[in-house]
Design a binder for this molecule. Sequence first.
Ligand code: UD1
Length: 368
Amino acid sequence: MNIFHIVGARPNFMKVAPVLNALKQRENMVQTLIHTGQHYDVNMSDVFFQQLGIPPPEVNLAVGSGTHAKQTAEIMIRLEPLVVERQPDIVLVYGDVNSTVATALVCSKLGVQIGHVEAGLRSFDRTMPEEINRLVTDQLADLLFTPSEDGDENLRREGIPAEKIFRVGNVMIDSLVRLLPAARKTLTQTTKTDGLPERYALVTLHRPANVDDSVTLKGILESLLEVNRDLAVVFPAHPRTRKRIADFGLDAGQLRVLAPLPYVDFLGLQSRATVVITDSGGIQEETTYLGVPCLTLRENTERPITVSIGTNVLVGRDREKLRRELSRVLGGKAKKGAVPPLWDGHAGERIADILVSRPSLANAAICG
Ligand code: UD1
């Protein structure tokens, strides 16, 4: 079976690793890892491949940054000839980034099968570019691998036939489970060398809705400075956020602003954080698995199971709610959570099982 994996942005890398590794154990697999180059900084990309133990991508389309239209179109233009030339039996796409939807558009028009890993998530907020990417990709995909039951329900409601939907669990948690011991070890070194405080709030921030408007970003930084009075704020800043802070002439004051961290280092910090404050999607899931309280600076989430079962609380931009939830955490009354079903470190293997059992793909392995 000739399989393409397409990745482009930081959150894709920890999702592709377990699928690649699981398929490596199966017979007659030819796997090609293609990086669109959506994320290109060493700290946002290369270091993840090293730490996750996946080979460097065979092809890098080097599209870089741009407007949504430009980035998406550039990926499509550069990917199409490769798919035509190499005729994969199936192309796997991950998550909800521009690289995901661009690939789905190219492959569906070439009649190449598409598998979407992390299908069915919905925030029901179409102002988020990722929501558009999710909706379009799921309409075009042939196999939809969901992390949780809400994903299946969303897809069925949108008219996706049940036989295309496979609930496999959460591939990102596969990587977490595998690398948590290494992350804890790294953390011990970080604590020694960087004087990391015993208790801290770990912060990440990069959503356009939070960082692209100067008034909003200023308000969030003020809230974080307030948090910092009670609990040290450790803030590995996304390049986008760092740039906006500089462009708007804002001041991060006493916050410990760091460069984006490699996967294992960030996971170590998460595992021991008193609380995580974030607008990321994946981090809502990782904190739920780790049992670490998570306060999400968004009004909605495409991962509602992290709220209903996990440790996540949506605080949006409500400063009062952030204060209240933080004082619950500091008072030892943080929300307790549980780990959702199938978030067990074996989602990648389930995807591999499904792929090898598909008659159309299995035949491709024999003929090809
Ligand atoms: C993308 C994803 C988002 C994901 C996030 C994780 C889309 C629509 N969004 O958002 O879902 O949560 O990745 O990080 O695909 N930049 C750099 N170096 C890099 C990458 C980006 O400096 O290596 C800067 C550039 O100024 C760029 C900006 O960050 O214009 C935004 O990057 P982009 O990939 O367009 O979107 P993200 O905000 O990272």
